[in-house]
Design a protein around this ligand. Sequence first.
Ligand code: SF4
Length: 409
Amino acid sequence: MTSARTGSQTAPKPNPYYPIGQLQCETDTGIETVPLREEVAFGSWQSAIPERYWDMDTGELSRRIRSARETLGEDVVILGHHYQREDIIQFADDRGDSFALAQFAAERPESKYIVFCGVHFMAEAADILSADHQAVILPNIEAGCSMADMAAAPDVYTAWRELEDLFGSTEDIIPVTYMNSAASLKAFCGEHGGVVCTSSNATKVLEWAFERGKRVFFFPDQHLGRNTGHKMDIPLDEMVLWDWRQPAGNLGGRTPEELERSRIILWQGHCSVHQRFSVTQIEAARERYPDVKVVVHPECRFDVVQAADANGSTSYIAKYVADAPAGAVIAVGTEINLVSRLAKEHPDKTIFGLDPVVCPCSTMYRVHPAYLAWVMESLLDGQVVNRIDVPAEQKVHAKVALERMLALR
Ligand code: SF4
């Protein structure tokens, strides 16, 4: 099993302003919590947090969070994504994937405050689905998602206009955005006859889309789009990649013929965490444990998903591990905090991460308990900090796209 914080006992304390670019991984010393000031990447996180929180250790932060929570009672609900660290997830009233958490938020109208321990697009989805009297709070405002950031709204609008010019109309193109995208893109899909999908329902959503159009414009994760299209027997050469870095007017680097032939136009985005997994790692796991089963997330590359025994969302992976018989050996290709938790929860099985480097999602990792303590204690003082407030017009259209997805369940 991957060990946490290898060699941390003797390692010098890192400088909080150490340039991230020089590290192999933002948290390459492990996944255990150290005081905020000692976090390697703190210099690039939200710095507007009172300095008194910077040196508090995990024990003190936990006591403060617990105490604030007791006082706030039902006024607050804490939601935690599967990829959050243990020192956060222990406080989660509900934990799950991004979509399940947004639904939990919608089902808790009694809570005035929803503290979302996840990343920005997830807190936005919770704000879209929750009631107006509820405030959604993201503990560290810098907790974004590198994949979501790869699809900037102006680039998507430009691509859409280019497709419209090429085909004469976009009537036959259904835009589908992965949950991991900004609210503005969910709204774009809502306005243009499109829909949102998650890694659990992508096949069902694409079936819905192909009942309404000839081709799908899928963003931001090319891998989820390709892996899902392949499951639906769409040939690889009918799924073309739109390179958003190309100059405007360049059809994302594709020829008109390639686009004419395409059934899915895939945005050139990816998850930096899941892109680390490789077929070589799977081969190494199989060499070491001949009976190993390999389960990966569909945000992994096509060749990795093909080489694995199974693939699915974080909820699918958790169930896959839970359902395996005692003594099973399972290599998991997803974020390390979830893998470590599954290993702890199933001591009768050998569960380990495919990637030998301990590298959590660096943006999920930004939700350090110091931020959670700060936002909770601010609520005690009557202050709502780091509120996520999706503009009203975006909310209306984004909700349409989300509700189209919900109707498919
Ligand atoms: S694991 Fe990947 S997709 Fe998920 S929040 Fe992190 S960067 Fe984004």
